[in-house]
Write a protein that binds this ligand. Sequence first.
Ligand code: SF4
Length: 115
Amino acid sequence: MGCNGCNKTEEEKQAERERVARLQREYDAEVEEAKVLGKPMPHLGRQVFNVAKSATKFVASGFEMSDKETRDDRLNSCLRCDSFEAGRCLECGCFVALKTQSLAEECPLGNWSEQ
Ligand code: SF4
């Protein structure tokens, strides 16, 4: 007879412990993923401020555009980033396709290789 009236063998109990540990790991991974996916966009006022700041930097740079290589490099970083969702950066709220075109722009997390 096993513990507390349980008839499981040691092998079965070990298999059960491993199954519970695996389920716990899967659950933890799902919670982490949900935290990322549930990451909110910055407050609307903050987004407006960021757009105004970007526009000011773009004008101050003399409307300098990034070249194709830089743009592609930036976009590749964004596509691999946890803060990228539905074409937008969740850190600043900017549309990544536009953000990557202005040479004066920077990644808020420093993920672009040129930074
Ligand atoms: S700009 Fe930076 S933080 Fe935003 S999505 Fe791209 S790599 Fe991520």
